[in-house]
Design a protein around this ligand. Structure first.
Ligand SMILES: [Zn+2]
Length: 292
């Protein structure tokens, strides 16, 4: 992916290097969100529960409590990358919203290390990147990207990282357009297996939005290099629910899916990328579940 020298977003707050010791992690609603998000990222929910119960993971490479730490050159580069990708999403979504007669309110992005406080609660880094609708903010611990790279066999996977950011921005777009509310309103009313189908629709729609972003972003910025789409598809494929369940050794049970199978995630990202059709969003909510 070509991104160096690109404009950076003014909506990033870098909290890495800040001390996090003493952050209360765990409990209640955030615990639930954390486990749901963890499923997306291929993290064993039991591990997350462990983290939640123990509360945080010590001070890490941050300085002693109360002291700021200087970021490494690699961390600075990672920050610049995330900020540039966020700017690419702002430019694309501002334009698409304008075309649809709407105004795009850009999300904020917080980069953190170890653990973070949000209006959705406190979260340990083990949850991976997530979006908190209450403060319209993406929370990302960039060390997650190193983990993703390892998962993809050690290849330099910057566009896969951009896909993850674009997926989280997709959740923000869904929040602005009211899709998240539709799904939230079903949470209490439906049996769990049926509600999961709505959760899958929401996740596949976020993948579709990531694809639509890549479609227009490429036209505008020409940032995609040979192999990038394959690398993003590979990571979509690596984090589908069927893969996650297989890897964790359990029986693959479709009614437990909350993010869609690997094949579904690849399909919707690719469709968004190929068509750039913003108006198809509704279809993902209206088509029979079996056709997704
Ligand atoms: Zn998601």
């Amino acid at each position: 992916m070509k991104w160096e020298g690109g404009e950076q977003s003014g909506n990033v707050e870098d909290r890495r290097g800040m001390p996090t010791r003493g952050l209360a992690v765990g409990g209640g609603a955030i615990g639930l969100i954390v486990v749901v998000v963890a499923a997306f990222l291929g993290i064993d929910p039991n591990k997350v529960n462990d983290v939640l119960n123990k509360g945080g993971g010590g001070p890490g490479p941050g300085g002693p409590a109360g002291e700021k730490r200087e970021l490494s050159a690699e961390e600075k580069r990672q920050g610049k990358f995330s900020s540039t990708v966020l700017r690419y999403t702002e430019e694309v979504w501002e334009e698409q919203f304008r075309k649809a007669g709407k105004r795009y309110e850009a999300p904020k992005m917080v980069l953190f290390y170890d653990a973070v406080s949000t209006r959705c609660g406190d979260a340990p880094s083990a949850v991976g990147p997530f979006y908190c609708p209450a403060d319209k903010t993406l929370y990302i611990d960039p060390t997650f990207f190193e983990e993703l790279e390892r998962k993809l066999g050690g290849s330099k996977a910057e566009f896969s990282q951009a896909y993850v950011i674009a997926h989280e921005v997709g959740h923000h777009v869904q929040h602005l357009l009211g899709y998240s509310d539709i799904v939230d309103s079903k949470r209490q009313k439906l049996p769990k297996a049926e509600f999961n189908q709505w959760s899958v629709r929401l996740e596949l729609q976020a993948d579709y939005l990531a694809g639509v972003w890549a479609h227009y972003g490429q036209r505008k910025f020409n940032f995609i290099e040979p192999g990038d789409i394959e690398s993003a598809l590979k990571s979509a494929n690596a984090i589908g629910d069927d893969r996650l369940q297989k890897r964790s050794g359990s029986f693959v049970s479709p009614e437990k899916y909350t993010h869609g199978t690997s094949a579904q995630r690849v399909k919707w990202f690719r469709l968004g990328y190929e068509t750039g059709d913003f108006s198809k969003l509704r279809q993902i909510f209206e088509m029979p579940y079996g056709d997704l």
